[in-house]
Design a protein around this ligand. Structure first.
Ligand code: FMN
Length: 169
């Protein structure tokens, strides 16, 4: 798939078939993160693929939100290790956002649907322990992967390019 096709056709998907993304395919998808730009080559991103035991711990930690964890068959916790200096930590966060987008695009190219979800469960001691999250590591999202049920959702309306791009004289 052409890169622009992947950019245009990636859609947040919330209805997945029950079969997980095969491990080799998931590894190929997550490998795309390696090539994300990052200042001083800190490579701050970390991805934890949630296995069955971790999922049980996560469900217990999520309490009333446990049901939402069952939406996708393959869940990946995306986090980063911030550098000690705040400006560098900010760059690490930005680099990790780029390192998340790359696998979302790679998944699209592989015919795998995805969903980047914000979740605060990892801010609790139980949630952090559920996925072996070390102190100091910050979670940017819970990535959902799987095969979509039916068609992908329609593309939400987006601003025209001229509304967010300015060519300065
Ligand atoms: C940082 C980030 C966090 C997000 N968190 C959520 C979320 O918690 N719940 C949700 O429904 N969608 C979440 N999304 C997905 C957006 O809602 C989605 O990207 C947006 O609706 C545009 O749709 P598209 O991804 O199909 O282009 C998140 C996206 C990003 C980039």
């Amino acid at each position: 798939m052409d890169l622009f096709d992947a950019i245009h056709t990636r859609r947040t998907t919330k209805e997945f078939r029950p079969d997980p993304v095969p491990r080799a395919q998931l590894e190929r998808i997550l490998e795309a993160a390696r090539w994300a730009p990052n200042h001083r080559l800190t490579e701050p991103w970390r991805f934890r693929v949630v296995g069955p035991e971790a999922l049980e711990r996560l469900k217990a930690a999520a309490g009333g939100g446990a049901q939402k964890l069952l939406r996708a068959p393959t869940l990946v916790v995306a986090s980063y290790v911030p550098s000690p200096l705040p400006p560098h930590a900010r760059e690490d966060e930005h680099a990790t956002a780029a390192a998340i987008y790359a696998p979302l695009l790679a998944a699209t190219a592989e015919g795998v649907a995805s969903y980047w979800r914000t979740i605060n469960t990892f801010e609790t001691p139980e949630g952090a322990a559920a996925v072996d999250l070390p102190a100091g590591e910050r979670v940017l999202g819970l990535l959902h992967f799987g095969f979509a049920v039916g068609d992908l959702p329609p593309t939400p309306a987006r601003r025209a390019v001229a509304e967010f791009v300015t060519f300065l004289p």
